[in-house]
Design a protein around this ligand. Structure first.
Ligand SMILES: *Cc1c(COP(=O)(O)O)cnc(C)c1O
Length: 339
């Protein structure tokens, strides 16, 4: 038995891409597949998104883009992060496109000049001279999920700064803006989280017509009864006050089931059950209604249990949760459903 199994449903990715394309009303959908497609597996997600109508792939690094290039020889691949001079020759040879955020414009490779319209991170304060290599003008929104008024200010600044430079592809929207801010759509939207069926707003993705693509399941590896005064796990963080059946799930923080998920609920045989004590590196404990067989199915994410629920418990965002899941075969079995 594998310790846990990750299932990636490419049908869900395709349907989410279709939902985004409908919201984009004519703008292009560019699939953001950085960080191994937010832990979902970049090659498969990229293929599904392109099949569903996405027209480009976006990565954070040249290395991520180089991994994808052989599988997608003709696709536009935009590297959104900063590119070291040492990587320019490789990027050029692989026909990547680069976001540039300082005044230097490398030659012989398509460029997207990035403006800082309020993110306060990468980007130029204003558009300076553009070169013949520039094909796009871009910016990034800081608050599309949380403060639409500020996002609209950023869009207005972007439109004002780029208005005198016609003929370039303009793109500023992420998932939240693609779904909720029509003014941000422009020529293309760079969408990640919504493609994976996770809500950029931290709420139920079904509210946006999105469907989670990732499920994470395991099984009870041990079942035992704690007598009053007995404890489970490090630091004796849970001590039974009455006879308590517990199950040990062979997944821990090294697998991406983070320590700050202590107290969250998982599904044991389909029923929500609370986790007990601290999360160990390779396991955690869950409360059982009584004695259950070893091997009883446990769902960590999926089957109606939303990653958003865990994110609230861990005081983080689903982006960080799914990026942190370790899908290497040494830790988990990964299964791709391609229906
Ligand atoms: C990660 C990223 C995106 C995608 O954001 P989502 O909220 O996942 O849609 C878009 N643009 C840039 C520059 C990014 O770094």
């Amino acid at each position: 038995m594998p310790r846990s199994e990750l299932t990636i449903d490419l049908g869900a990715i395709r349907r989410n891409a279709a939902t985004l394309l409908a919201a984009l009303a004519g703008a292009e959908l560019w699939a953001v597949v950085k960080a191994n497609a937010y832990g979902h597996g970049a090659p498969e997600v990229a293929r599904a998104a392109l099949e569903a109508g996405a027209t480009a792939l976006c990565t954070a690094t040249v290395g991520e883009a180089l991994d994808l290039r052989p599988r997608f020889p003709e696709t536009r691949i935009l590297v959104m992060g900063p590119t070291a001079d040492a990587d320019l020759a490789l990027a050029r040879e692989a026909r990547l496109e680069l976001a540039v955020s300082d005044g230097r414009l490398p030659e012989g490779i398509p460029l997207h000049v990035k403006l800082d319209t309020g993110m306060g991170r990468y980007g130029l304060a204003e558009l300076s001279a553009l070169s013949a290599d520039v094909v796009g003008l871009m910016s990034h929104l800081a608050t599309a999920d949380s403060d639409q008024a500020f996002a609209v200010q950023q869009i207005d600044r972007f439109l004002a700064a780029t208005g005198q430079h016609p003929g370039f592809l303009r793109h500023i929207a992420n998932s939240a803006a693609a779904l909720r801010l029509p003014a941000a759509r422009l020529d293309a939207a760079r969408c990640g989280i919504a493609l994976y069926g996770l809500s950029p707003f931290g709420t139920d993705p079904a509210d946006e017509g999105l469907e989670p693509a990732l499920a994470w399941r395991s099984r009870l590896a041990q079942v035992k009864r704690l007598e009053p005064g007995e404890s489970t796990g490090y630091r004796r963080a849970f001590v039974a006050s009455e006879p308590t059946w517990i199950g040990i799930v062979p997944v821990g923080y090294a697998d991406g089931f983070r320590r700050d998920l202590a107290g969250t609920e998982v599904l044991v045989d389909g029923e929500p059950r609370r986790t007990l004590g601290v999360v160990s590196m390779d396991s955690f404990a869950v409360e059982l209604p009584g004695e259950l067989p070893v091997g009883t199915p446990v769902t960590l994410i999926g089957d109606g249990l939303l990653a958003e629920q865990h994110a609230r418990v861990a005081d983080t965002i689903t982006y960080e949760l799914v990026c942190g899941i370790d899908s290497r075969p040494q830790r988990a079995r990964r299964r791709v459903l391609d229906a």
